[in-house]
Design a protein around this ligand. Structure first.
Ligand code: HEC
Ligand SMILES: [Cu+2]
Length: 315
């Protein structure tokens, strides 16, 4: 419908439709007002041009009605647009429950994606159509920005933090993926493609990757190899919390604050354990900053997310 607008990019996700609609609404309203003002400007210029016979006598009665009405109407219209835009923003930045979660690591100069089944790919992202995909984004080095124009999603990927975004593709095909944060000499080459496939095609693709271990299983091995299980297990002599089902709960801290255990929290626990302590436990957890790569951290986090859902500790 809006294909006639020059340079209109592909639209291949529900997120993109929402953004299109806002864009169209803004364009329409701005055009309407600009045209109205231009039209009146022209009309009055012609009507009161030098030499015209239009009356220039004072108004019999001065009225503010026009002025107030016109200003309030435009203000109201733009406020409606504001509310509409803000609600869309909230919708776009609050991931709905995901059908699938994919981990993406930005690194000079590539995008590395890892599927829950353990399938990995570089500078490419295969996803099924009509499914809500949640991406957990991490950076290995500097700030990158994950951008898929056809989905209208773009999110900075900042080292030392985990970000999440979501999308739901509604068109099969291959779409551009790019980094939009100048991240060094080869920044321009930090690009790839997103391949949206039908459900069966996607299942076949996953099966063809020849992986043996799921992402969480790889994390479970790291969990043992790095000694986490030595403290965080039932038969440990150290008084450390069991991590079963901690993901998605609220955790009480020693200092009285409460934190929500999302991916970013779990990452913080591992690389930044000195900055806070879980209530009721000694602050003995070693600092793993620098010992686990971003990739490995994501695996350990995926493992912690995968274990248990009931906590005996009753926290
Ligand atoms: C020396 C024992 C020890 C080791 C080794 C250890 N931890 Fe911990 N961990 C603790 C203790 C004690 C706490 C609670 C106190 C605190 O927050 O520092 C904790 C807290 C945590 C929490 C927060 C738990 C909650 O209930 O919110 C997470 C997550 C965690 N550790 C993950 C790990 C991972 C992953 C590793 C391995 C890379 C690891 N830990 C290694 C002792 C340990
Ligand atoms: Cu980059």
């Amino acid at each position: 419908m809006y294909r006639w607008i020059p340079f209109w990019p592909d639209t291949a996700a529900v997120n993109a439709i929402a953004v299109n609609n806002i864009y169209i609404a803004e364009l329409a309203l701005s055009s309407l007002i600009t045209l109205t003002v231009a039209f009146m400007l022209l009309t009055f210029s012609i009507r009161y041009r030098r030499g015209s016979t239009a009356s220039r006598a004072n108004l019999v009665q001065k009225t503010w009605h026009f002025e107030v009405g016109w200003t309030t109407a435009t203000l109201g219209l733009f406020l409606i647009l504001f509310v509409y835009g803000a609600s869309m923003y909230i919708w776009l930045y609050n991931p709905p429950p995901a059908d699938e979660e994919i981990y993406v690591v930005g690194k000079r100069w590539m995008w590395k994606a890892e599927h829950p089944g353990g399938q990995r790919e570089i500078d490419a992202l295969h996803v099924p159509i009509d499914k809500t995909i949640r991406l957990v984004l991490a950076s290995e080095d500097v700030i990158h920005s994950f951008f898929v124009p056809a989905f209208r999603i773009k999110h900075d990927v900042v080292p030392g933090a985990l970000e999440t975004i979501w999308f739901k593709a509604n068109k099969t095909g291959t779409f551009r993926l790019a980094c939009t944060q100048f991240c060094g000499l080869q920044h321009a080459t930090m690009a790839g493609e997103v391949v949206v496939m039908s459900g069966p095609d996607y299942a076949r693709w996953l099966g063809d990757q020849g992986v043996r271990e799921s992402f969480a299983e790889q994390g479970s091995e790291l969990f043992r190899a790095h000694g986490c299980s030595g403290c965080h297990s039932e038969n440990s002599t150290v008084h450390a919390p069991l991590l079963d089902g901690v993901y998605g709960t609220f955790v009480h801290m020693q200092d009285g604050s409460v934190r929500f255990a999302d991916e970013a929290y779990l990452r913080d626990c591992i690389v930044n354990p000195r900055s806070f302590t879980v209530a009721g436990y000694p602050p003995v957890m070693p600092d793993y900053a620098g010992q686990l790569g971003e990739d490995e951290l994501l695996k350990v986090i995926a493992y912690i997310k995968s274990i248990g859902s009931k906590r005996e500790t009753g926290r």
